[in-house]
Design a protein around this ligand. Structure first.
Ligand code: IMP
Ligand code: MG
Length: 180
């Protein structure tokens, strides 16, 4: 990691183009529509990074769904995990007896998802699955089973399509990797 006193010049390169993201989102939506037919799952987006993915995903799902959000993160403002998870905004819908699908932008250490999964299971969710746009394996600390995964990548710091670096780049329609 570069010290705060040094100026960082980061270049971004497209890693996953917009069309590939949109194609994959439709495939996942089809899968969820098939798996939950006859049910009405609650999609719980983990703020803020998941909102773009969630907005596209839920419009491509062809069964009734509900939506809610939780704000939880294991990140400070830098590109390293702080190691602790904080919930600063809880969900509002009751989850007892409901089918929950957690929607995450990217699984990195796995700390955030492990924490949120336990929290909602402890409130009596009937089932809980995980849907993540990106499964990044390099820094995994907790084993996380991603039931619906958009793309698997090994390493790198990604931005765009909801993903940020110090709140920048979330609005890019494609996913890029930042390089020094
Ligand atoms: P975890 O608890 O380490 O799995 O953290 C996951 C969260 O860290 C994600 O929801 C993102 O907000 C953030 N994060 C992890 N890797 C990246 C990345 O490559 N780009 C942007 N955000 C990231
Ligand atoms: Mg996030």
């Amino acid at each position: 990691m570069v010290g705060k006193d040094k100026v960082r010049i980061l270049k971004k390169e497209v890693l996953i183009p917009e069309a590939a993201i949109q194609r994959r989102v439709r495939e996942i939506a089809d899968q969820i529509s098939d798996d939950y037919r006859g049910d009405e799952p609650i999609l719980v987006g983990i703020l803020k990074g998941s909102i773009i993915f969630m907005a596209d995903l839920m419009r491509a799902i062809r069964i009734p769904v509900k939506m809610d959000f939780i704000r939880a993160a294991s990140y400070g403002s830098e590109t390293q995990s702080s190691g602790t998870v904080r919930v600063t905004k809880d969900i509002e819908l009751p989850v007892e007896g409901k089918s929950i699908i957690l929607i995450e932008d990217i699984v990195d250490s796995g700390l955030t998802l492990t924490y949120v999964k336990k929290l909602l299971e402890g409130r009596g969710a009937a089932s809980l699955r995980i849907c993540a746009l990106i499964d990044k394996s390099e820094r995994r600390e907790r084993e996380v089973l991603v039931d619906y995964c958009g793309f698997q990548i090994q390493e790198g710091f990604l931005v765009g399509y909801g993903l940020d670096c110090n709140e920048e780049y979330r609005n890019l329609p494609e996913i890029c990797v930042l390089r020094e």
